[in-house]
Write a protein that binds this ligand. Structure first.
Ligand SMILES: NC(=O)c1ccc[n+]([C@@H]2O[C@H](COP(=O)([O-])OP(=O)(O)OC[C@H]3O[C@@H](n4cnc5c(N)ncnc54)[C@H](OP(=O)(O)O)[C@@H]3O)[C@@H](O)[C@H]2O)c1
Length: 246
């Protein structure tokens, strides 16, 4: 049974990892999926795996472009997932360029997507708005500093949406995973594959599909049920700074 037939879903950051996996499960449930990110070839490859999909090359940091591409559309489901971490150094030695990019993508980019998509949901009186947060939005860890700050902000934005746009039939959800093996660490360590792999050494991280499954659960509940905050840990990770390795 396809539970999302006739629904249109937007997934930002659909070219990789959690966004890609989410786009695939929503598509498999019959949704028309709008895939947004910066790398068009990667988006086209994901679109080819979905019955009904379209590609929108979009940098979420560009507020005008978010409004232009998304503002006139109607989405039943929005998964605001695009995000990144850069570096794992101490705050006293951090690079302000990395800080700006993280804040611009994870905070401003999220706000741009929210601003462009919420008004039409309010006007129609329905919709599912899902924010990809992180356990880094609940606990700071060594070297996490500005990435954690951006994810604390994402949680505040989720809470703000519930308050400001509540009462219009919209469901607001935030999914907050611990360690997920995607391209996240590769991006964080500037393409250093060895260092990225080491992050998951001796432990079993979440898979992107585990997180996509949580998104699917939230958006397929009966209309009166709103899954709010979900936290998903790998069994081997018991806090943001405690990982049990074999
Ligand atoms: N992996 C983890 O351990 C983990 C844990 C908790 C939360 N998260 C969160 O989960 C989300 C997805 O991360 P992931 O693990 O799936 O990492 P990923 O594999 O690196 O995917 C990140 C996605 O975000 C997109 N993106 C980055 N900057 C963008 C921009 N300016 N405009 C549009 N799209 C942009 C990337 O696409 P392009 O490069 O093509 O633009 C890519 O599709 C992020 O918000 C991350 O913070 C990840």
């Amino acid at each position: 049974m396809q539970r999302l037939k006739k629904k249109t879903a937007l997934v930002s950051g659909a070219s990789s990892g959690i966004g890609r996996a989410t786009a695939l499960v929503l598509g498999a449930e019959g949704a028309h999926v709008v895939l947004a990110a910066r790398r068009s070839a990667r988006l086209e490859a994901v679109a080819a795996e979905i019955d009904s999909a379209e590609v929108q090359v979009l940098d979420v940091c560009d507020a005008d472009r978010c409004q232009e591409v998304l503002g006139e559309r109607t989405f039943d489901i929005v998964v605001a997932n695009a995000g990144l971490g850069l570096g794992l150094g101490s705050i006293q030695e951090g690079d302000p360029r990395d800080w700006r990019r993280m804040i611009d993508t994870n905070v401003n980019g999220l706000l741009h997507v929210v601003r462009a998509t919420l008004p039409q949901m309010i006007a129609r009186g329905s919709g599912d708005h899902v924010v990809l947060g992180s356990v880094a939005g609940f606990q700071v860890y060594p070297g996490g500093n500005v990435y954690c700050a951006s994810k604390y902000a994402a949680r505040a934005i989720y809470e703000a949406m519930r308050i400001d746009a509540g009462g219009h039939g919209i469901r607001f959800t935030t999914i907050n995973p611990g360690m997920v093996e995607t391209e996240f660490s590769l991006v964080r360590f500037d393409g250093d594959a060895r260092r990225a792999k080491e992050i998951y050494a001796g432990m079993t991280p979440l898979r992107a599909e585990d997180v996509a499954d949580a998104v699917l659960y939230a958006v397929t509940r009966p209309p009166h049920v709103n899954v709010g905050e979900m936290v998903l840990w790998p069994t081997d990770q018991t806090s943001t700074s405690v990982v049990h390795r074999s």
